[in-house]
Design a protein around this ligand. Structure first.
Ligand SMILES: C[S@@+](CC[C@H](N)C(=O)[O-])C[C@H]1O[C@@H](n2cnc3c(N)ncnc32)[C@H](O)[C@@H]1O
Length: 365
């Protein structure tokens, strides 16, 4: 569904990618609109760095400025490109950088505050490294997602941290005057698991601990000796792939995740594997995998939505060998069995506890 936006006398149409059947979900919030109101006067003169422009509203509305988009998700990059194309606005590969790329110099940066405060810190750290005394950061968020630790983190990097008044339930944090001397924090968290240290960049799923659902899957994971091609779907820091190679050292591993920080983390934890940053499975070989393993996503930022997972499940079939298995762990309340039974010939519950279940899906009886 297309949503109109008028900014500085120009009209734009914006659409979410991936699309959703939930009509209440829009491709922008009042937080992004409030940021646009704030920077309206500055756009002709500035190089602007955009962080977490989820569907591309800022890329479209501010296209006259010299923009750099820091993308975190493959799906986000696609959404931005599709909305630029929809509005016939040009872009080049140089428009896009990842959160780990070093930036040359940042004058004005806009941040849609992410749910993960660690990711917010990673953004600020990258900005700070490329800052000068005039650098200004305008952060937009919906007031209901305000968290005092945002102010603490912002104050670690900037001398002046102020808040705007609320406008339509949104508000701004404005950061000025970067700190001159500061300790350079590491961007990586470490997690100890079975005498192995996992590394993951700030903002990757389940920082500081292995997710309980993942632990339940790993505890109950059996891999057959002839399951040679294994896909870790939504791989995060790569722990499921890592455990798979421990259980079957001959297995060839492929990891796919929408998050570039997840993929960058997993390359540090899992050796001799294929890594792909994408939100769909079409780039993977057809009918190739003996086993697909997943702790699938069911929320994106503050939105809880199983549509993304259901779409991934539909695609799993086409990359599984005819006698392959798809094993996933999920919160029981999501009731995935009903959905999976429409897609696979057989769905069995292998294990369950109070919160989680491990399901096995096959196309043979
Ligand atoms: C519940 S986490 C699991 C992470 C990791 N496997 C673990 O167990 O710790 C789900 C992962 O799916 C990723 N993800 C979200 N949407 C995706 C998509 N459309 N395609 C691939 N990965 C996706 C998220 O970035 C996140 O890393």
């Amino acid at each position: 569904m297309d949503y109109p936006l008028t900014f500085n006398g120009k009209e734009f149409l914006l659409r979410r990618y991936p699309e959703t059947s939930q009509s209440s979900l829009r491709p922008f919030s009042n937080a992004e609109l409030l940021v646009l109101r704030e920077v309206k006067e500055k756009i002709s003169t500035e190089d602007i760095h955009l962080f977490n422009d989820r569907f591309g509203i800022w890329n479209c509305a501010l296209h006259q400025a010299n923009l750099t988009t820091i993308w975190n998700y493959a799906s986000q990059k696609k959404a931005v490109m599709q909305n630029l194309e929809r509005n016939r606005l040009p872009y080049t590969p140089n428009t896009f950088k990842t959160p780990l790329d070093r930036l040359k110099s940042v004058g004005l940066a806009l941040i849609k505050v992410p749910k993960s405060t660690a990711l917010f810190e990673l953004f600020l750290r990258q900005i700070h490294l490329a800052s000068d005394q005039h650098t200004e950061v305008v952060c937009g968020l919906m007031t209901k997602y305000f968290n005092p630790s945002l102010l603490i983190i912002a104050s670690m990097y900037f001398e002046e941290v102020s808040q705007s008044l609320a406008w339509k339930k949104a508000r701004l944090l404005i950061l000025k005057n970067p700190k001159k001397k500061m300790l350079r924090n590491e961007l990586i968290n470490t997690i100890s698991w079975k005498n192995h240290i996992f590394k993951q960049y700030f903002g990757v799923f389940s920082s500081g601990k292995i997710d309980l659902g993942t632990q339940f899957l790993l505890k109950n994971l059996n891999i057959k000796a002839d399951e040679a091609q294994i896909l870790d779907l939504g791989s995060g820091n790569g722990i499921i792939a890592w455990e798979s190679s421990r259980l079957n050292p001959k297995a060839q591993l492929t990891l796919i995740d929408d998050s570039i920080l997840a993929i960058a983390s997993s390359t540090q934890n899992v050796k001799n594997a294929h890594f792909l940053c994408d939100d769909i499975l079409t780039q993977l070989p057809h009918r190739h995998f003996d086993l697909v393993l997943s702790n699938p996503p069911f929320h994106f930022e503050h939105e809880h939505n199983i549509e993304v997972s259901l779409n991934l499940f539909k695609q799993v079939r086409s990359c599984l060998k005819p006698n392959g298995r798809f094993i996933l762990v999920a919160n029981k309340h999501l009731n995935y069995t009903t959905h999976l039974q429409r897609m696979f010939t057989k769905v069995s519950q292998l294990k369950c506890n109070r919160r989680f279940e491990v399901l096995e899906c096959t196309d043979y009886l």
